[in-house]
Design a protein around this ligand. Structure first.
Ligand code: NAP
Length: 247
């Protein structure tokens, strides 16, 4: 398989909000798309039904994932820790086990995932995470620890993976490719806001960006105040008519 050429991709969790943006970006690039989603959600992919292959079923069904990723140059996985059923780790493990040897594997998650422990979180972020984890466990609705376990397995793998960590998300028109940094707490990320359409754009672009192999980028919208401030600092200062102006 050619490392840089993407022809066919599998999108796991294709029917969700992020997943449908992933499908659109992949189709825009002319990729052949196989989408995996829950049986009850197949209708949410109706607008794409004649252009993609849909394999219905739970995303941690190993046999389903084995069939879905066969022959794919890239796999885009929306990692979600629903229920108490190893949903995220089951999905990640199946992708790691069955994807083609040279396939690019792109996974989504949130800023709470850390690889090297050098991310710096605000008190509010930590408190909100603790409450969400406690509530999720209490209601047996969400198992945030399982998304952590999924990422631990991905980080330990020598596959060609990228784990994209999304900030708080919002809907709206694309602002272009988000900017990224290695650690939460870096000033460029301070605005903590990304358009969901651009989260998907970053993931699809990562398929062909080998500089992101085995990276864990934390992303933020490129038009947010913190990203703009950083871009401004990076620009050289040019002196015109005796006044400073951004170059
Ligand atoms: N929301 C945020 O603010 C935020 C922030 C940072 C990072 N992220 C990351 O972004 C990614 C997408 O998150 P999102 O919030 O935008 O959600 P989303 O794209 O709407 O994705 C939710 C996914 O979960 C599935 N799902 C929903 N209920 C389920 C259930 N009961 N059982 C099994 N699967 C179920 C959905 O499938 P169906 O279509 O079948 O329902 C869909 O594939 C995740 O990796 C998340 O960690 C989100």
């Amino acid at each position: 398989m050619d490392n840089h050429r993407i022809r066919k991709v599998c999108i796991i969790g294709a029917s969700g909000k992020l997943g449908r943006y992933l499908v659109q970006h992949a189709l825009d690039r002319g990729y052949e798309v196989v989408g995996v989603c829950r049986e009850v959600s197949v209708g949410k992919l109706a607008e794409f039904a004649d252009r993609i292959t849909i394999l219905p079923g739970p995303t941690n069904d190993r046999e389903l994932i084995r069939r879905a990723v066969a022959g794919c140059d890239g796999v885009l996985s929306v990692l979600v820790p629903w229920g108490v059923q190893q949903y995220s780790s089951g999905t990640a493990q199946a992708v790691l086990d069955f994807a083609e040897p040279e396939a690019r594997l792109i996974f989504s998650c949130g800023w709470h995932i850390t690889r090297d422990g050098r991310d710096r979180y605000s008190v509010w972020f930590r408190a909100a995470l603790r409450v969400a984890a406690w509530l999720g466990r209490l209601l047996r609705a969400v198992e945030i620890e399982d998304q952590v376990e999924a990422c631990r397995r991905i980080f330990a793998s020598d596959r060609r993976w990228t784990v994209v960590r999304g900030s708080d998300l919002e809907e709206g028109e694309s602002q272009g490719l988000p900017v990224w940094s290695r650690h939460v707490g870096d000033p460029v990320l301070a605005s903590n806001r990304t358009r969901r359409v651009d989260f998907a754009l970053f993931m699809v672009e990562a398929l062909t960006d080998d500089t992101l192999v085995r990276e864990v980028p934390a992303i933020v919208g490129r038009l947010t105040a913190s990203a703009q401030a950083q871009a401004g600092e990076a620009r050289p200062q040019v002196v015109r008519n005796g006044e400073d102006a951004a170059g």
